[in-house]
Design a protein around this ligand. Structure first.
Ligand SMILES: *Cc1c(COP(=O)(O)O)cnc(C)c1O
Length: 396
């Protein structure tokens, strides 16, 4: 077995597990006992693959950026998840999980969202599958991601603003879990990232693994070999990164770089750099790294990017970084913004603020001319246009 695969008890190394209240244990057990058989079944694969192709628009292109290649002195490819239906990688997972929810006999969907991308993806697949949908979203994020809130409501979802904590993703997760506890019989919790109790981290990684399956094929066609020298992805909970690395974990030559949200700097209180400053703890159903004080109280995170503004990290990624398989970099707001304007000017692609952290990480790395770098552009920047306009004069 690969050292990076989840074990029988739901752990990646020392991270993972399923820490849930008693009321949810039957739900989590039913999911755990059935998910692999369902998602590996021919019937599921057929429906999932057809929707990824015809509804999402996959395979997403692997685009060789001449401008970034020249800038960084190597070959840089962008894996264009920004071109997916609804504008990010989140739809890959939402489609997979709603097909799973139907096969588990569930009739109602709840979800959490930060930037709103997962909420939009979930509301979209609920419209497609005619299932009622409740999305919990921190009130701060409701304010800073308005267009996504309007989209969810137009799709027929109920968006519930969450007023607890600092009113962001962590607080939305708490509310979604609370709702699930109240309706364990009929409700499926459609989680948006590689976090939560086992088997969610593994399930979501598998739903996103289509990204690395395509990268291998596309690199084989374009470079004559299936593996790059570097894989670079941004990381909030870790789903686009998990999808990017999934089929490369046992290729030891492929270097993995995870760009987390440094905020105003990992050494300041205004940060969401969990891999840099987190310590071991349990958050939202799994044991992983958490930004917390000595008493185990979660410290409110900060990032300019709503999708990365989270004080935890998926257990797979904690394991990858702590075991030395992957390296993490805390990319600041300023570095991310600069990289976003740069890509927009150089390539005519406005990335999501989250993805801009991965682009910012490129500037911290030293490449050889022969290096092939694949960077996952997790989403498009339309939702962040107000932030980009507000800061544009800083980077003229
Ligand atoms: C949600 C989101 C992220 C962060 O989530 P991961 O699960 O870490 O991928 C990154 N980029 C975009 C565009 C997002 O919408």
């Amino acid at each position: 077995m690969s050292p990076f695969e989840v074990n029988e008890e739901g752990y990646f190394g020392r991270y993972g597990g399923a820490y849930v209240p008693e009321i949810l244990q039957p739900c989590v057990k039913a999911l755990r006992d059935n998910y692999r058989a369902i998602i590996d079944s021919e019937d599921f694969r057929r429906e999932y693959d057809a929707l990824l192709r015809d509804y999402v628009g996959r395979p997403s292109p692997l685009y060789r950026s001449e401008a970034l290649s020249a800038l960084h002195g190597c070959t840089v490819y962008l894996k264009r998840e920004d071109l997916n239906h609804t504008g990010a990688h989140k739809i890959n997972n939402a489609i997979g999980q709603i097909l799973l929810a139907r096969r588990l006999g569930k009739s109602r969907i709840v979800a959490e969202t930060g930037a709103g991308q997962h909420g939009v993806a979930t509301a979209t697949v609920c419209a497609l599958m005619k299932m009622p949908c409740v999305v919990y979203m921190g009130a701060t994020d409701v304010a800073r991601q308005r267009p996504n809130v309007e989209k969810m409501r137009l799709l027929g979802a109920e968006v519930v603003p969450v007023e607890s904590g600092n009113k962001t993703l962590k607080d939305a997760c708490n509310e979604a879990i609370r709702d699930w506890c109240c309706h364990p019989e009929d409700t499926y919790y459609l989680i948006g990232s590689t976090m939560g109790p086992h088997p969610y981290p593994d399930l979501v990684a598998r739903m996103q693994s289509v990204i690395s399956r395509e990268i291998r094929q596309q690199l084989q066609e374009k470079e004559g070999r299936p593996t790059p020298d570097y894989l670079v992805a941004c990381i909030g909970g870790g789903s686009n990164a998990a999808g990017t690395v999934f089929h490369f974990l046992d290729d030891a030559d492929v270097k993995i770089v995870l760009a987390e949200a440094g905020g105003e700097g990992a050494n300041t209180p205004r940060t969401a750099a969990t891999l840099a400053i987190g310590s071991e703890g349990v958050l939202h159903g799994s044991r992983s790294l958490v930004i917390q004080d000595e008493d185990g109280q979660v410290i409110e995170p900060y990032s300019i990017s709503a999708g990365l503004d989270y004080p935890g990290i998926g257990p797979l990624h904690a394991h990858l970084v702590r075991s030395g398989r992957a390296r993490s970099l805390a990319v600041t707001d300023t570095e991310a913004l600069r990289a976003a304007y740069e890509l927009n000017r150089l390539d005519g692609i406005l990335p999501a603020l989250e993805s801009a952290h991965a682009l910012g990480a490129l500037h911290r790395l030293k490449f050889q001319p022969s290096d092939v770098v694949v960077l996952t552009l997790s989403g498009r920047g339309d939702k962040d246009i107000d932030t980009y306009l507000a800061h544009a004069h800083d980077f003229d």
